[in-house]
Design a protein around this ligand. Structure first.
Ligand code: 4AD
Ligand code: MG
Length: 430
């Protein structure tokens, strides 16, 4: 029976048997220092020439980084070792000798992306992937604990929903179709059956922008609820983010440490209510506190979102955007037809928009008008317009970019490290 490295450390003394991969190696004349890793942690192992057989010593001298092997020995505390413990090896069995590992210190980000299939083993990516796993689980839990059903939309779709410029075309037996930007147009009809639904699925955006926060394929957590107003949608979004942060703080402290993420900065997220600021007030704040003048009616750009987010230590919810900058399905404010019940959640520290949501426009005539304004043929949206014909109810929903959340919570420099195999305009291998 093999012990996981973390369990061996918890055991603290006595005999242990571990298997894993060589993370670091340093060879001396009569002694070899290995740092071994498995999915749980790393540990230093000392191999002394006179504690093992001559065949084992010969093997040990051929060990390179990423060699897979089994080690048996005595574990004891050693303050100098990287994780505070050391194994004195008395048995060693090579599973496979590794070739020279193509990644060593100080590689360029592009090379690490070329070798992403190997770089997944790094401590950094292993920590990110563990946090990502917690986040996916938390999303499922949050929605299921709140009475939501999981519901799936097609990925192959016949219309846009979030603007034609980021649509991926698909040659579908000679007909032009698209990859999903969102599940929304297919989710709205389903609330008339299930009332509260959510999904986590890939969305696709043909983003030409090379920014640290855009992918062309990302995981999209979306929800749609019947009998809900604009406030309800914001409450669910805030609740979801608080729950995710709480779960990560509970389950991934060690991983946040490996990433050198200051987790004290995440603590206010759970406790404090997120400020809700109208777009119009956001412009005032940007003018007064940041000396940035934006004409009313212009969408907030990255730079403005970043400045605004730096004034707060929790995500903020910007609401009531001008109708002209938002999607055709957002409900017009009955008190001011120039703005819609749409909101963006903006993460602290310049991580940008993490959630986009809205209450949905109930009036099919208004939807048709706005589709036409966007140059769309309303006939293509007939199935969607049917939702406003047979017992429509107030409803709304939102979409959260899971990699944006991972990137922010982990404190990453680039969203590409928030997903195992990133896709951007220039990056599609491996
Ligand atoms: O704001 P978006 O475009 O909203 C929708 O798609 C709605 N239909 C959602 C809904 O109401 N069901 O996208 C939602 C979120 C954004 O807030 C952002 O977090 C993420 O998706 N996102 C991206 N993440 C990574 N790379 C991209 N290119 C992204 N585009 C959007
Ligand atoms: Mg948006």
């Amino acid at each position: 029976m093999f012990t996981k490295i973390q369990d061996a450390i918890n055991q603290a003394k006595g005999k242990v048997k571990i298997h894993g991969w060589v993370y670091r190696e340093r060879k001396q004349k009569d002694m070899i220092f290995l740092v071994m890793r498995d999915s749980t942690n790393i540990i230093q192992c000392v191999i002394k020439k006179d504690s093992i057989s001559s065949k084992e010593w010969e093997d040990a001298n051929k060990i390179l980084i990423e060699t897979s092997l089994e080690i048996e020995g005595e574990i004891k505390e050693d303050k100098r070792a990287p994780t505070g413990y050391e194994i004195q090896t008395n048995k060693l069995n090579i599973i496979q000798f590794a070739d020279i590992f193509p990644i060593n210190k100080d590689q360029s980000p592009e090379l690490l992306l070329d070798y992403r299939h190997l770089w997944l083993r790094s401590r950094k990516l292993t920590a990110v992937l563990k946090i990502r796993s917690t986040i996916f689980f938390a999303i499922h839990n949050y929605f299921r604990n709140n009475g939501f059903y999981e519901f799936q939309s097609p990925i192959i779709q016949s219309t846009q929903c979030e603007g034609g410029s980021t649509l991926f075309n698909l040659d579908y037996f000679g007909k032009k179709l698209f990859l999903a930007q969102t599940w929304q147009l297919y989710a709205e009809p389903a609330i008339f059956a299930l009332e509260k639904i959510y999904c986590i699925a890939p969305s696709f955006r043909a983003e030409k922008s090379k920014t640290p926060r855009h992918l062309t394929e990302y995981w999209h957590a979306e929800m749609e609820v019947a009998w809900a107003n604009f406030d309800d949608i914001q409450n669910y979004g805030e609740g979801l983010i608080k729950f995710i942060v709480k779960e990560v703080l509970e389950k991934n402290r060690e991983d946040l440490k490996i990433l050198e993420r200051d987790y004290k900065k995440l603590e206010p997220i759970i406790k404090k209510p997120f400020p809700r600021i109208t777009y119009t007030d956001a412009l005032k704040i940007l003018k007064d506190k940041c000396k940035m003048k934006i004409d009313w009616g212009k969408d907030l750009r990255t730079i403005e979102e970043d400045k605004l987010s730096k004034l707060y230590d929790t995500p903020i919810i910007v609401t009531h955007y001008p109708k002209i900058v938002k999607a055709f399905y957002m409900k017009e404010d009955p008190k001011n037809s120039k703005v819609v019940f749409g909101c963006d959640f903006i993460a602290p520290d310049g991580y940008g928009e993490i959630i986009g949501g809205s209450e949905r426009e109930p009036d099919p005539k208004k939807i048709v008008e706005r589709l036409k304004d966007n140059g769309e043929n309303p006939d293509n949206y007939k199935f969607y317009l049917d939702t406003r014909k047979y017992g429509s109810v107030p409803h709304g929903g939102f979409g959260m970019g899971v990699e944006r959340i991972v990137s922010w919570i982990c404190g990453l420099d680039n969203i590409k490290d928030a997903i195992p195999y990133p896709r951007t305009m220039l990056r599609y291998l491996p």
